[in-house]
Design a binder for this molecule. Structure first.
Ligand code: HEC
Ligand code: HEC
Ligand code: HEC
Ligand code: HEC
Length: 512
């Protein structure tokens, strides 16, 4: 076992040695904006508009832009990793090329046929093979007409003069002909436009086309093999991307999530059961799904609900046996690695703040969802008791250390009164929370605070300011310790209570 670990560490080291040589921008959550286009009158203008919509549905902009001012000018690093004997091994950085119509550095000299070959077959104008980091495995589902429309769009956007960056990948992968072998094994079975299933509705077929084609949902949500190809028998059962867990989104798993709730995931970043979508999915929403028609979002949701998990959970046994079975099937994806800020299984630091809160609250968070924790851990087959058993199983893994949590968040010491809270508030917090600077929720804004309170709970709000050790910063958190590094936890808690006292009238936070 040790030898295997050693070999794998060595491989990772070699493969990733250059990956961190330069400073890497946060890989997600940088929305680019679509360029303004003056559509010519007539057929051409219509083609460009149709092409633009397909480009939006395909999220080409996310990979092919590094900043909002130069959409599609390339230079963005795509950093796939592959599973190897239980590890995620990075294989380097593929820099997206410039796909604006610049004649020198972009695709301005490409013919329609060149563009077809790239999108449908993954072949470059000089006949060499593209890496599947360009998602042709999915884009091959486009019809000829659709690819023509996209070509018209790319010829109409502003040209940007920016040279392509060479990929930062291991030497043996630089030989593109390797990809021919890869394609023979993994790609050609896909090759060809989407063929509608005549036994299904038009809506379902539209959804299937979008999910299996342009929107390439499976690139993130389907587990991959060690060769980087999707495991089709496990489609949509969940995978890991950029350190975030992309959860199981099969119909089996989403049984308790309605079509409307799914549309809200895409349109308003709302996680079913509460909380906000984060990371790569938020980028997908902002760069792509947000622009789609409601009818298309509905079609996507309707289709997704009909997909089936090939290995549905069979809940047998009780207590820890049941908890373990559910954990392995549904929770491990996120909690084994700590992906997306999930408290890592067995990690005493991560679980300290959770152990410090009443267990009923922990159950409730797991059942109803909380921040990045989806309701029921997306286990469509589970009921409340199943989730409680699983939470117990997870808590047991850290119960040994329960007596000594590291700086767990306790109640405010008695000597801090609401008046102390008020003083600290006026001295420190008011600079942002009085008038909403930096988008801080304003004191007295009942709606804003109630919403935070219901989605995160009282402890969630405290955590968002105090940041106890082992607790990871989340998108809606306050600036660390409200900028008051000298304040004790107790003082900060008193200030939060003061804010809530002023904002959410009917609750009595003095009791906490
Ligand atoms: C997941 C990231 C990703 C997405 C999404 C993506 N691309 Fe790319 N694309 C890449 C990468 C990486 C390459 C470089 C591939 C290589 O060098 O083999 C590439 C290459 C290309 C090329 C070849 C350009 C050249 O100069 O050789 C074209 C054209 C292209 N993409 C168009 C598109 C279009 C159109 C879309 C949307 C329909 C799209 N891409 C979506 C990552 C992406
Ligand atoms: C670039 C990778 C990526 C792509 C492409 C992608 N997703 Fe996701 N998706 C994620 C990640 C990561 C999460 C978890 C987000 C979080 O932790 O808040 C997620 C979450 C979700 C959720 C569940 C929200 C929740 O937490 O309950 C749904 C539903 C979903 N995606 C559907 C889709 C669909 C449908 C598509 C295609 C239209 C798609 N995704 C494409 C990465 C991706
Ligand atoms: C898609 C990823 C994901 C899956 C799947 C998932 N979790 Fe979580 N879970 C999280 C994240 C992220 C958090 C951290 C939430 C926070 O505190 O901000 C979390 C937090 C928790 C917590 C602590 C809640 C608290 O009070 O702070 C419990 C308990 C929990 N999860 C249980 C489960 C169980 C049980 C399952 C399986 C049925 C599960 N999780 C599946 C991502 C996930
Ligand atoms: C420099 C500006 C700034 C200062 C100073 C500041 N805050 Fe905040 N706070 C914010 C912003 C911005 C948010 C909202 C972040 C978001 O939603 O993305 C926030 C959010 C919060 C939240 C909600 C956290 C959550 O998880 O939803 C609480 C509670 C809070 N602040 C309390 C305080 C307290 C107490 C102080 C003083 C000790 C303080 N803040 C000082 C900017 C500030």
């Amino acid at each position: 076992m040790l030898i295997i670990r050693l070999i794998i560490s060595l491989i990772s080291l070699i493969l990733s040695s250059n990956a961190f040589a330069e400073e890497i921008r946060n890989p997600v959550e940088h929305w680019a904006s679509y360029p303004k286009i003056s559509y010519p009158k007539g057929d051409k203008g219509e083609a460009i508009k149709r092409g633009e919509y397909l480009v939006m549905a395909s999220d080409c902009i996310a990979c092919h832009s590094t900043d909002a001012e130069h959409p599609f000018a390339g230079g963005n690093g795509v950093r796939p990793d592959i599973p190897l004997l239980g590890y995620r091994v990075p294989i380097g950085t593929f820099y997206s090329p410039n796909i604006t119509p610049d004649k020198k550095t972009g695709i301005g000299n490409w013919t329609q046929k060149d563009f077809h070959n790239a999108i449908r077959h993954g072949v470059a104008p000089d006949g060499s093979q593209y890496y599947p980091a360009l998602p042709y495995v999915w884009f091959t589902k486009f019809s000829d007409e659709e690819i023509d429309d996209m070509y018209e769009y790319f010829m109409a956007i502003p040209a940007v003069d920016r040279e392509n960056k060479p990929h930062d990948i291991p030497f043996f992968m630089k030989w593109r002909e390797l990809m021919l072998g890869w394609k023979l094994l993994f790609f050609y079975p896909f090759d060809g436009p989407y063929r509608p299933d005549p036994t299904r509705s038009e809506e379902w077929n539209r959804g299937a086309f979008l999910v299996e084609g342009p929107a390439h949902c499976g690139m993130c949500h389907t587990p991959i093999t060690m060769f980087g190809s999707p495991q089709l028998d496990k489609s949509y059962t969940g995978s890991i991307i950029d350190g975030y867990a992309a959860p199981n989104i099969t119909g089996t798993s989403l049984k308790k999530v309605s079509v409307d709730e799914l549309i809200r995931v895409f349109k308003y970043d709302e996680v079913p059961g509460g909380g906000e979508v984060k990371g790569p999915m938020k980028e997908v929403n902002h760069d792509s799904l947000m622009y789609l028609k409601d009818s298309d979002l509905k079609a996507i949701s309707v289709y997704l609900k009909t997909t089936v998990d090939s290995e549905p959970l069979v809940i047998s046994g009780s207590g820890d046996a049941k908890g373990q079975a559910i954990y392995n099937k549904h929770c491990m994806n996120c909690h084994a690695s700590g992906a997306g800020g999930a408290p890592k299984y067995g990690d005493a630091n991560d679980w300290a703040p959770i152990q410090a809160q009443p267990v009923d609250q922990t159950y409730e968070h797991a059942i109803k969802g909380f921040h990045g924790m989806p309701a029921m851990g997306l286990c469509g087959e589970c009921n409340d008791d199943d989730i409680k058993a699983t939470v117990n199983y997870m808590l047991k893994a850290v119960s040994v250390t329960k007596s000594k949590p590291k700086r767990a968040l306790g109640p405010a010491p008695k000597n801090y009164t609401l008046d102390d809270g008020k003083q600290l508030y006026e001295k420190v917090c008011a600079s942002c929370h009085d008038d909403g600077a930096l988008n801080a929720p304003k004191i007295g804004d009942e709606k804003a605070w109630k919403q935070r309170l219901t989605s995160q709970g009282f402890f969630g709000l405290l955590n968002g300011v105090v940041h106890p050790e082992g607790y990871k910063s989340l998108p809606n958190d306050c600036v660390p310790r409200g900028t008051c590094d000298d304040c004790s936890d107790g003082q900060l808690i008193a200030a939060v209570k003061y804010i809530l006292y002023k904002s959410v009238k009917q609750n009595d936070f003095k009791l906490w």
